[in-house]
Design a protein around this ligand. Sequence first.
Ligand code: FAD
Ligand code: UDP
Length: 360
Amino acid sequence: MFDYLVVGCGLSGTTCARLLAEKGKQVLIIDKRDHLAGNTYDSYDEHGILVHNYGPHVFHTVYKDVWDFLSRFTGWRDYEHRVLAYVRGKLVPMPINVDTVNTLYGTGYDESSIAGFYESVREKDIEIKNARDMVVSKIGQELYELFFRGYTLKQWDIDPQDLDSEVTARIPVRYNRDDRYFTDPYQGMPENGYTAMVEKMLDHPNISILLNTDFKAVRDRVEYARLIFTGPIDYFFDYRFGRLPYRSLWFQFETHEMEYYQPAGTVNYPNDYDFTRITEFKHLTGQQSTVTTIMKEYPASQGEPYYPIPRKENRDLYNQYAQEAARLNHVWFTGRLGKYKYANMDIVVKDAMDLVTCLE
Ligand code: FAD
Ligand code: UDP
């Protein structure tokens, strides 16, 4: 008899399992996949390059407690992610900063004059209701069209006007020359990768692991007192209110006989090609090799549920499931899929830490 069954070996399930085990609970954690670490899973490809199998993952957070918790299981490679956007035939810093504007327009703004430029182009007196408004209220229609409209349409297949403002609010506008993608005080890459970190998190005498195991195949065969579910909440309830929409991706890996393929970890292609971005893993991991592996991300409507889609009708549907969940005893939902929340890694770890604090 286990005290807890945790469904999902991603960062949210793994955090719950570890903290419960440290509280003396006997935990069984399962995953339907054949590996640990959920969407942060990384592995060596046939060319010996460490790749992220489900898309590029860069850790960053403002939460010291999250950073300290994960630091118990990994050292960190100092890494600050940089992204370039391919726009009008040039590679320019993204998020948009002083240098982006100057390179694009041949202007000479500096940190004291750029505000005047943004002020002259931005849409004023606009109530921010959606992902387009969020951008044009800061940088106006032209930069929105060059950097955001095409990318967002590709990524979500939804007009930005029909997406929540939180989607594009993830990308700031910079009044300086800072070309880092994230400015959080804690950022880096787990020094031996995410899978190695997760293996350590689950290395505890009170934790048992079962892979290749779907929840519904074992729910009546395993004895457990309490359940934490980090898979899709609509699946748990057999889609009784309808399916929650997710955006998916497929990934194209290419290995090239060269030291580096591109000048930054990620290059975004808002207006060209069917893929959204190319990531070159060696920039992230610091691995040395004479060859390099890149990944192109192609958005897709079918496939693994990578992205909850932030818009009102989906939130309303999720709330129906959340109300159903609240009626259950001894069952909790967390994680990006359990809460249907467009959350970064640090947030799912934070949510899991908070959840376990409340559990006995
Ligand atoms: P998951 O990692 O999805 O884990 C859930 C697990 O549950 C999965 O392994 C799944 O197989 C399992 N499962 C589901 N249903 C069942 C079932 N019925 N039975 C058994 N097992 C089941 N965040 C960042 O902070 N930085 C980044 O750079 C970043 N980049 C990203 C890039 C991409 C392309 C994507 C898609 C996400 C990115 N994220 C990033 C977000 C990050 O992946 C998530 O925040 C985090 O991995 C979510 O962890 P989780 O445990 O909630 O979910
Ligand atoms: N976005 C964009 N252009 C870019 C980068 C991002 O329009 O060059 C928008 C797009 O809608 C994207 C969202 O901002 O889905 C969030 O971007 P982020 O890089 O955070 O996406 P993620 O890494 O989560 O896929």
